[in-house]
Write a protein that binds this ligand. Sequence first.
Ligand code: PLP
Length: 458
Amino acid sequence: MKQQINRRQFLGATAIAGAGVSVSLARAAQAQSPGAPAPATGADDKPALLGGPPVRSRPAHRWPVFDEREDQAMLETIHSGKWFRGSGKNVVAFEQTWSRATGAKYCTATNSGTSALFASLAAVGVAAGDEVIVAPYTFIATVNVILLHHALPIFVDTDPETMQIDAGKIEAAITDRTSAIIPVHLGGSPANLDAILAVANKHKLAVVEDACQAHLAEWRGRKVGTWGDTGCFSFQASKNLNCGDGGAVLTNSDEWADKVYSFHNNCRARQGSGNAFGSKSSRGGNFRMTEFQAAILLAQLTRLEAQTQTRHQNAEYLRSLLKDIPGILPSRMYDGCTRNAYHLVMYRYQKEHFAGMPRKRFLEALKAEGVDCNPGYGRLNQQPFIKNSLASRSWQRLFPAETLAGWAERTACPVNDQLSEEAAWFTQTTLLGPRSDMDEIAGAIRKLQRHAGDLAKA
Ligand SMILES: Cc1ncc(COP(=O)(O)O)c(C=O)c1O
């Protein structure tokens, strides 16, 4: 049923696209030599924002992807009457499947990626009054979990070429209060794990990998999320593996596995780890995944590897096209990256190559061409919620006045500030369509570049 609707939508959209024959011809010519700038085709080449025809008229790839597998899994779960992990089998089955898929010894499913990070920091012993080193170019949750433990986030600037934490700057940020590092594998591209693990080992710091965007990504042939003390995943709706909301913690350590489990399940002990209630955790809450979330994940997992391969092929092709456009700088990967999960295709937009057209205008013009592109994250290290925490009674009690007074200067990230003005991303759903979609995206950017002067002044 759902597939029929899709086919109808697709045929309808194709018919609309077919109406603009000359546009299609110009596009076809461009697709034949996708690396070369497309020839201007008179009125058809006018940017859509200025009244011309858009490069793309087909709808974006459907997301989430689902079929009768999800229908059946949900119905079975409903009718089983076992909706809670303590009585059902889905959550445990998902934990076993995700452990196998990643090569981790243990997996604990949680109700979100935020909960996975929160439980991990508790397990590795991050405590009130600690400092935790973190990337500024990330989703807000990576920092919230530090504040939830009444610890101080210490931002280390971003490597502009990869958009990941600049690992070479971590050591200088360590003090005797530092207890952990949270590297984020942003966009599915691994952070520099060799350098991060080396500095963590040298200073005996815990490493909690934020792999919330990096499902099945690999560093030197081994899955990310299995390198640090723990590795955290999100299954929130936008993620490459999606159940609406959900998360997981991977670890190879018996001790961290027990502690994460206890923390996420109100201090109950993990099965097989001894039955003493609360034996492994000093604190805990309810961060459990439900049987419904796990049922969806088990169905979604049947497609993940194939989708990951499609994203990879399309992303590599798109990057090869983008890198030839002056002023579009796709982010680089570290040498140890053997698989990028491509949650995002990230690049820097340099307006000087587009007649000074601001990024906001460029993205509006791209949207008008039928290409969605996101401006990315802002200056997380300067957001008021952190300053509010630092000004509150708890932080005032926990940290010396001079630490708090010097925090803003110490955690200034000028490279990240600049990146926040220049970055842009295509999200993973863009990568699930045919290869010709990538030609259209690059073609749309080239078209904007040809008309940058008009767009910039209009
Ligand atoms: C990098 C990163 N960290 C943490 C999270 C938090 O995950 P969730 O939204 O599942 O709580 C997300 C997801 O949005 C994320 O992208």
